[in-house]
Design a protein around this ligand. Structure first.
Ligand code: SF4
Ligand SMILES: [Zn+2]
Length: 312
């Protein structure tokens, strides 16, 4: 478990960490990385490149290879049940970025495993969790699962019962260290969990609809890497939008007009704005993150709810 440098994951005053109960993924859209050849709609994300290195270093979590067409060495989707109890041991409050090396919405991550992750988060209200997925439709479907037992239960009841099994000793999905009887301690949606989706191009704005359908205390959109304008984006019910350009060699440029349009849409929708970086071409420092080199109107870093500007 490494400390993360993903700056927006760390709310002021708390320690930011990553927690990777699953690893691995498959590319799904252009925001997954740079094209490898002309016309390629997808590339390889940072996590995929990192997994390749970690596999070569012999790290046990990264020995499962993914499909070479959409994934890579060490990046096969893998659920690590031994990693699930980690947050139960952290006494001090932390801001936890969940699955920096995977996508919890991936079809090969089981519903039971997602329920185990949610159960651990419910059992550790001292931490704030941030989950970002490019597959919000599946997340919404799992969290709102329809009644399958014929008793007419409300959507999500079965998911919460699967969470409860994760706190029940001797159940096959029990997470060691969990206190029994979680079901009756659950506040729904979990107040300490932020759920987000990435939207890099206008053709993916329907991910925001799936996010709106997801039970979550805080909903955020990561428009990073922003690869085009998002004129069709509806920010209704979205608490925060994070905006960033692509960084790294060969990165695709971000037009500041796209950023300004999003800021204006966010103002109308009362959505907090966090401009993370402006991409390689706008970097005073060459890294894209040098705040003082930016146009003044883009120096905005707000958090949901409190709307605190942390830098000026
Ligand atoms: S982890 Fe995210 S960016 Fe990487 S391949 Fe999966 S969906 Fe794409
Ligand atoms: Zn039912």
């Amino acid at each position: 478990m490494a400390e993360t440098s993903i700056e927006w994951t760390q709310r002021p005053g708390t320690k930011g960490v990553t927690w990777n109960p699953s690893t691995g993924c498959d590319k799904i859209s252009a925001g997954c990385g740079l094209p490898r050849f002309p016309g390629d709609d997808t590339g390889g994300c940072y996590a995929m490149a990192m997994a390749k290195r970690l596999k070569a270093m012999g790290q046990a979590k990264y020995q499962n290879d993914g499909d070479p067409r959409t994934s890579g060495p060490g990046f096969g989707v893998t659920m690590h049940t031994d990693v699930l109890p980690q947050p139960l041991k952290w006494r001090d409050p932390r801001t936890v970025f969940v699955n920096s090396m995977s996508d919890l919405g991936h079809a090969r991550i089981s519903r039971e495993f997602v329920a185990q992750v949610w159960a651990v988060m419910a059992a550790t209200p001292q931490h704030v969790y941030q989950i970002l997925s490019k597959r919000p439709e599946r997340m919404a479907r799992i969290l709102n699962d329809e009644c399958r037992c014929g008793s007419g239960h409300a959507p999500g009841v079965h998911f919460r019962s699967a969470m409860d099994w994760a706190s029940t000793p001797h159940s096959p999905t029990y997470v060691p260290g969990m206190q029994p009887g979680l079901y009756h301690r659950i506040t729904w949606p979990l107040p300490n969990v932020w759920v987000g989706t990435s939207i890099e191009l206008d053709k993916h704005v329907d991910r925001a609809d799936a996010l709106r359908a997801t039970p979550a205390a805080v909903r955020f959109i990561s428009a990073e890497p922003l690869l085009g304008p998002l004129p069709s984006l509806d920010l209704t019910g979205i608490d925060q939008i994070i905006i960033g350009g692509e960084s790294g060699p060969g990165s695709r440029p971000m037009d500041l007009g796209w950023v300004r349009e999003l800021i204006s849409m966010a103002r109308d929708a009362d959505t907090a704005v966090f401009v993370k970086q402006l991409g390689l071409r706008w970097a005073g420092s060459g890294k894209g993150g040098d705040w003082t080199a930016w146009p003044e109107d883009l120096r905005i870093r707000e958090y949901p709810a409190d709307r605190v500007a942390v830098a000026s």
